[in-house]
Design a protein around this ligand. Structure first.
Ligand code: ATP
Length: 352
């Protein structure tokens, strides 16, 4: 089922929660809505679900206008952050719920329900817990049961609102890989809301970055990460160092450092964004972007994080792989120079 979101506008009183949102979601796609708290992700998800009505604009399901369609007619499955399982029902009864409450005419026979529920429990790898009660499950298991329950009614669209938000980091990581595998098996058009950039980049086919009720950028995880379209997206996607310089005639310059820009940009004062792992450290001063004193070294794990303090007082974060770190023989207090391997450059708003 494809979904088209057309010129959606939504206000709460004077507050504009969604401002002219347009988006096409392909059938079978796994899409992440990513953005900071309050940017409108949940509101957009609820409008797609039919739980909220837009002030204007349209939602099309498979090309047909579904804006006025009742939530029950949209064939959507939901999973929310706080797994709302029924406490007094077993896992089996929870998953069977959506089917067993159907009117008699459309309710499948008991045996069919049993088979279906057990196959879903196998799918989420929890068939051995069929007779357990929610209170006996871990948070991750509850969330998998909530997902099985939402799949029982064979939704055409699956909507997940921070489905793993309440779980600890390790369980979250396992569950998001598991969700990806499950999606690859079932191919249900799925939209999930997260404010966790790593989660969005790892799990989804495409990421939609939102800010202040608007879509800032849509693209594959790799394209969004490698080619962010705005300062907001650059900063929201992960740690980044900022340097101030100037763009002139297609080149950006900061002190002795110069870099030819691939895309045409107007002239003006500009900010250069460099991720910690895109900075090269050396003892060679030639055409360096900046210099700094080694202030802190965090050498646990495959990546060594080094904090430099520049003369102007700026902290520069560098992430080195272990071999490069060893080859450099860095010590606290050393003075070193950095050069970027990759940059994102944006001319400052209003600058000329
Ligand atoms: P979070 O990650 O914190 O859930 P979000 O991006 O999902 O944030 P929304 O829940 O969509 O954000 O809310 C967007 C904005 O609209 C927020 O500022 C919120 O306070 C406001 N809002 C949402 N629902 C209502 C409502 N029913 N009445 C008034 N304001 C609302």
């Amino acid at each position: 089922m494809s979904i088209a979101i057309r010129q959606i506008q939504k206000t709460f009183g004077d507050f504009v929660a969604l401002d002219n949102v347009n988006l096409d979601i392909a059938s079978g796609e796994l899409l992440a809505l990513l953005g900071p708290s309050g940017c409108g992700k949940t509101t957009l998800l609820r409008i797609v679900a039919g739980l909220e009505t837009p002030d204007s604009g349209q939602i099309l399901f498979h090309g047909e206008d579904a804006t006025e369609r009742h939530v029950r007619e949209r064939k959507v499955g939901f999973v929310f952050q706080h797994y709302a399982l029924f406490r007094h029902m077993t896992v089996f009864e929870n998953v069977a719920f959506g089917l067993s409450v159907r009117p008699r005419a459309t309710r499948p026979p008991k045996e069919v329900i049993r088979e279906k529920v057990m196959s879903l429990l196998k799918l989420v790898q929890l068939d051995w817990l069929a007779d357990a009660y929610p209170s006996q499950l871990s948070g991750g298991q509850r969330q998998r049961i909530a997902l099985a329950r939402s799949l029982a009614v064979e939704p055409k669209v699956l909507l997940l609102d921070e489905p793993f938000g309440a779980l600890d980091a390790k369980v979250r990581k396992d569950l998001r890989r598991w969700l990806r595998r499950l999606h690859d098996e079932m191919h249900i058009t799925s939209v999930f809301v997260t404010h966790d950039q790593e989660e969005a980049l790892e799990v989804s086919d495409r990421v939609v970055v939102m800010n202040h009720g608007r879509i800032e950028q849509v693209g594959s995880p790799a394209s969004i990460y490698d080619d962010p379209a705005s300062p907001f997206v650059t900063q929201f996607l992960g740690d980044v160092n900022l340097f101030h310089g100037r763009v002139e005639a297609g080149r950006v310059a900061i002190g002795d450092y110069q870099h030819k820009l691939e895309d045409a940009t107007r002239d003006g004062d500009a900010t250069i964004y460099v991720r910690p792992h895109d900075l090269e450290v050396s003892r060679d001063e030639d055409r360096a972007l900046a210099s700094g004193t080694v202030e802190h070294i965090h050498a646990v794990g495959p990546v060594v994080r080094v904090e430099l303090n520049s003369l102007s007082g700026q902290v520069i974060d560098v992430a080195l792989n272990r071999d490069d770190y060893r080859a450099l023989g860095l010590m606290l207090g050393d003075q070193v120079f950095v050069r970027p391997k990759k940059v994102a450059v944006f001319v400052d708003e209003g600058a000329n």
